[in-house]
Design a protein around this ligand. Structure first.
Ligand code: ATP
Ligand code: MG
Length: 167
């Protein structure tokens, strides 16, 4: 499953999937590629579920040209975590939040990622989120939803990120 597009709702849609699966006693892992030390409500909320694990991997990303190698290294570390989790056969669902962003910025080799995914356990549900999902990922996915930004409180009214809505 891929949630992409410029509109809000990609990460929250993925967390909704995790919630739905959790209700069936499935085991879910959420790996967050970009998010670092910010205090997102979902980090607290998901602690209440013993079958959902959530792990932020984004601390240290700089997004600066001069630090590209370091960002690549961090992205690779995150992807290694993801591969381990996928191969472990422990989870029914793995959410890779914001990985599309990492892929579209060339911080991870897309072909290697897609090749690896071809051999994933067949019953595993995988959810990819983030803007600019690469076309080859879109082609491989079974479900792709593009969020369209019709209105956004920040873009249209300058309203800053709100607790419970953005974080
Ligand atoms: P959410 O985490 O709320 O589901 P998202 O995953 O779709 O949003 P991202 O692309 O990860 O959104 O961006 C993170 C934050 O940027 C969101 O919390 C959000 O409200 C804000 N954002 C998303 N779309 C827009 C937009 N079109 N204009 C301004 N800010 C936006
Ligand atoms: Mg997001």
């Amino acid at each position: 499953m891929v949630f992409t597009g410029q509109g809000k709702g990609k990460t929250t849609a993925a967390l909704g999937m995790a919630l739905r699966a959790a209700g069936h006693n499935m085991k879910i892992l959420v790996l967050q590629f970009i998010k670092g030390t910010w205090h997102y409500g979902e980090l607290e909320a998901l602690k209440k579920f013993d079958n959902i694990a959530i792990q932020p991997l984004g601390a240290g990303f700089t997004w600066k040209k001069e630090n590209l190698d370091k960002d690549r290294e961090l992205a690779m570390k995150g992807w290694e975590e993801a591969m381990k989790a996928i191969e472990s056969n422990t989870y029914h669902m793995v959410v890779l939040d914001e990985i599309n962003y990492v892929l579209s910025h060339g911080l991870l080799p897309l072909d290697n990622v897609l090749d690896f995914l071809k051999n994933r356990p067949p019953s595993l549900h995988l959810v990819f989120t983030g803007r600019n999902a690469p076309p080859s990922l879109v082609e491989m996915a079974d479900l792709v939803t593009e969020m369209v930004a019709v209105k956004h409180p920040y873009k249209d009214k300058g309203i800053k990120g709100q607790k419970g809505i953005e974080f």
